[in-house]
Design a protein around this ligand. Structure first.
Ligand code: MG
Length: 312
């Protein structure tokens, strides 16, 4: 049985999945040097992040920022006990990832038909036909597979999605062998009540919170409130992006992954263990953003910078 926090219905420990180096940097306009990506990833692992997503093996013609996927994964000094998953869109990407030493991949699908067509250029059914053999081949090679489902709380073209439809699409990924399903509010429109409705819909379909992670965007300022709502439903894995880097290159309204620092500050305040050193994450994102010539989006890091001019 899960250990509980003294606050009713909160997990004692939360696992944070750091997505900044992939989900964040893939949206940068200028190409970021692989050495900078590597030092950012290593700094995040040193800060205590237990899972640091490294890159994506998509076709570099789609996302030129990720053309250095092999170089980054190979060049990384891996820390014992830390997981380094990579995104894989198809069998070609899987082969590249495995050849470069990946031992965990993530596959991604859309909860809605329209976003599937726009983001993947194929229907949800066609996408499932591509991903099923990828997952099967990965698992046969001893590579763990995580599933991402996007647009779970709303889609810019279709509006709100009925929870049962999200559950049906999520079940497909779990049935392919994904050990965990990350529910993405890609455009950040969700609110806490709808988060809980969705997680309850999964539970009603016999998919408990131990199979789920949440991936929220702070576009409408609901990111942390939505995380808290998910934690209250028993979800204990949360995706976040150091510095609040990134959004979604295919949905213009999507700005702002939930910042890791903002999440860790809340977890610390609630007495929920994450094993993460907040100041160390703030330093890593401050350094990266300085190198990119941009401001850190994380409110917590901005506050820390204001209070301690030395945090640089
Ligand atoms: Mg995201």
């Amino acid at each position: 049985m899960r250990a509980h926090n003294r606050h009713v219905d909160l997990p004692a420990r939360v696992q944070v999945v750091e997505v900044g180096a992939r989900d964040g940097l893939q949206n940068e306009q200028g190409v970021v040097a692989p050495e900078l990506k590597i030092s950012f990833i290593e700094a995040l692992a040193d800060a205590g992040l237990p899972v640091v997503e490294v890159t994506s093996f998509v076709d570099p013609r789609w996302v030129p920022q990720l053309a250095d996927a092999e170089e980054v994964l190979r060049g990384l000094e891996r820390k014992a006990g830390v997981r380094y998953p990579v995104l894989v869109p198809n069998e070609r990407g899987l082969d590249r990832a495995i050849a470069a030493g990946a031992d965990e991949i993530a596959i991604f699908a859309s909860a809605t038909e329209t976003f599937s067509q726009r983001n993947l250029n194929r229907s949800r059914d066609e996408a499932a036909q591509i991903f099923a053999p990828v997952a099967e081949k990965a698992i046969a090679a001893g590579v763990r597979v995580r599933g991402y489902l996007s647009m779970v709380l709303g889609d810019p073209w279709e509006g709100a999605i009925p929870p049962h439809e999200v559950v049906a699409q999520g079940r497909r990924l779990l049935d392919m062998g994904c050990f965990e399903l990350s529910l993405g509010d890609t455009i950040g429109v969700g609110t806490p009540g709808r988060v809980q409705d969705l997680i309850e819909a999964f539970a009603d379909a016999a998919i408990g919170p131990q199979h789920l992670a949440v991936h929220f965007h702070d576009t409408y300022g609901q990111g942390l409130a939505n995380v808290l709502a998910a934690l209250q439903c028993g979800v204990a894995v949360v995706d976040a992006s150091a510095g609040g880097l990134g959004g979604c290159p295919f949905a213009h309204s999507a700005t702002g992954n939930l910042a890791t620092e903002d999440l860790v500050y809340m977890l610390d305040g609630l007495g929920i263990e994450s094993g993460i050193d907040l100041d160390a994450v703030a330093r890593a994102s401050t350094q990266l953003c300085a190198a990119l010539g941009k401001e850190v989006a994380s409110r917590v890091t901005r506050a820390l910078q204001g209070r301690q001019p030395g945090v640089e």
